[in-house]
Design a binder for this molecule. Structure first.
Ligand code: CAA
Ligand code: NAI
Length: 261
């Protein structure tokens, strides 16, 4: 999706809710993550895009820089622990600190359970669940050392309620909720809060695999009768990243237009 038009950051144009904060956005090259990078940049954040899509990631960083945002791209496969450790040390070397980790990277490999290939089950768990663990473990020590930090994890309506054809994905996204609540308990006393956003169906590349007849059925189940936009999720991330959310910890913010079921 083309999100190249980043509004320039002029004084007074936006309230700077993330001024001088450094934010790592996994999966920030495309979709929800890319729109979040734009909005967070407008709020004064320094942005580290951590993604394995080098082409889109570099283009995103160029667009951010053109709008005076301090941004850099780091190529990483979040499912690979060594890759992630290397990425984290590069990000910390470049920016000196990380205030917010947004664990947003994710994939789908949908199939009805009886047709699902074991390797497709495993790959989705590796990226969506182990990837969140890897990134969190890599950035937590620096957050604990500075006595503050924010971690925001991306779950899904499929994780809170299950979804036909998504046993792998729903398991990964439900697992993220378990880790979110655990980390909130483990790290709250260290000044690090951990929350999740559970988006409903959002108009990005990810939903393009959904057959038309299924998508029609899904939209009819959304109370507001339309798909969400990436901005809807970016604004929920913004709230959780902001100073105003300092007492919010271990919660799952559902942003799905209200599902009728
Ligand atoms: N909700 C309700 N019913 C669904 C459904 C869904 N999400 N997905 C499939 N079904 C139904 C189909 O309508 C069909 O029902 P009927 O037999 O009554 O027609 C039945 O399940 C089997 O589906 P298919 O005939 O399409 O079977 P298939 O084996 O050819 O394909 C599938 C199965 C790959 C799961 C395909 O149906 C599909 O891609 N479904 C969409 C799955 C989905 O919702 N993915 C969400 C992607 S977006 C995302 O993941 C973001 C997020 O966090 C929400
Ligand atoms: P997208 O497919 O547009 O973007 C995902 C990004 O993650 C891409 O830039 C991709 O390169 C990156 N990525 C994938 N695997 C990676 C890996 N192993 N390492 C590093 N980067 C990787 O998807 P979208 O829609 O923007 O999704 C963002 C998050 O929101 C995902 O976690 C997704 O599961 C979640 N979500 C999306 C919903 C939707 O309807 N679009 C609904 C609910 C949750």
């Amino acid at each position: 999706m083309g999100h190249g038009n980043v509004a320039s950051r002029k004084e007074g144009e936006f309230s700077m809710r993330l001024q001088q904060k450094t934010v790592v956005i996994t999966g920030g090259a495309n979709g929800i993550g890319a729109v979040t990078a734009t909005i967070f940049g407008q709020h004064g954040a320094n942005i580290a895009i951590a993604d394995f899509d080098e082409k889109a990631g570099e283009a995103k960083v160029q667009a951010l820089q053109a709008a005076d945002v301090n941004a850099a791209f780091f190529k990483v496969d979040v499912s690979k622990n060594d890759d992630v450790k290397e990425m984290a040390s590069q990000v910390l070397a470049k920016f000196g600190k990380v205030d917010v980790l947004l664990n947003n990277a994710g994939i789908t490999k949908d199939a009805m359970t009886l047709k699902m290939k074991p390797e497709d089950f495993q790959q989705v768990i590796d990226v969506n669940l182990t990837g969140v663990f890897n990134c969190t473990q890599a950035f937590l020590p620096s957050m604990v050392a500075q006595g503050k930090g924010r971690i925001i994890n991306t779950s899904s309506i499929s994780g809170t309620g299950g979804n036909v054809g998504q046993a792998n994905y729903a398991a990964s996204k439900a697992g993220i909720i378990g880790m979110t609540k655990t980390w909130a308990k483990e790290f709250g006393r260290k000044g690090v809060t951990v929350n999740a956003v559970a988006p409903g169906f959002i108009a990005t590349e990810m939903i393009k695999t959904v057959p038309d007849h299924v998508l029609e059925r899904i939209v009819s189940m959304i109370s507001v009768q339309k798909l969400g936009q990436p901005e809807d999720i970016a604004n929920a991330y913004l709230f959780l990243a902001s100073d105003e959310a300092g007492f919010v910890n271990g919660t799952v913010l559902e942003v799905d237009g209200g599902m009728l079921k």
